[in-house]
Design a protein around this ligand. Structure first.
Ligand SMILES: [Zn+2]
Length: 205
């Protein structure tokens, strides 16, 4: 599978591309500020930190580094990190795994009054899952400019045409940067490894 196709990879090969991304980011920053309903609390940072540790675990296993936790009444009841490659399962995103665990913990398929913390803006699949789960709140790290479904590309979590809307908080810029840095370092490393593999393949030919 080609990990380079993943949405979070920022391809800044040319100045023009870089500008487009910067401009897009500027737009998102404004949009996000408007739709953010609450400010990030100390607890939010604490739980995001755990989500970040899970993202690092994914990274160590060569998975795209995204981590998520579900919190209920101040307690973590579900944790997950990306495992799509390991499990050959395109649905094995961090959010999906954390939500499944939380559902089991609560013995309920509805996660009322729960908050999901995730290091990267959810994709459309996970945003849909958040609506299905009736989760109360989403706190996420960095924007996903290519497939983000909490406002970057589309906003599925606050669409009034659906029967459930989710409150959202975006973490402070410094933490968001940390989350996106983990992703871009990962893709940089993967690209380098791929190049080296190609080189050694040519040599053996
Ligand atoms: Zn997802």
């Amino acid at each position: 599978m080609n990990k380079n196709n993943h949405s979070t990879e920022l391809m800044t090969n040319s100045a023009a591309q870089a500008n487009t991304i910067i401009n897009a980011k500027a737009n998102i920053a404004t949009d996000t500020a408007e739709k953010t309903s609450t400010k990030c609390s100390d607890d939010d940072i604490k739980f995001m930190q755990r989500a970040f540790e899970l993202a690092e675990l994914a990274e160590q296993q060569n998975e795209i580094p995204v981590g998520a936790v579900v919190v209920y009444q101040g307690e973590i009841i579900g944790e997950g990190y990306n495992q799509s490659i390991m499990l050959n399962d395109p649905s094995a995103h961090a959010e999906m795994i954390a939500i499944r665990e939380a559902g089991e913990h609560l013995n309920n398929y509805r996660l009322l009054d729960c908050t999901l913390y995730v290091t990267l803006e959810p994709c459309p699949m996970c945003a849909g899952l958040l609506v299905h789960s009736r989760i109360k709140k989403l706190v996420y790290g960095c924007d996903d400019l290519k497939t983000g479904a909490a406002g970057s590309v589309i906003n599925l979590i606050a669409d009034e045409r659906f029967n459930h809307q989710i409150e959202m908080t975006k973490v402070e810029a410094q933490f968001a940067k940390k989350c996106s840095q983990l992703l871009s370092d990962f893709f940089k490393r993967r690209r380098k490894e791929k190049k080296q593999l190609k080189k050694s393949f040519k040599k053996t030919k």
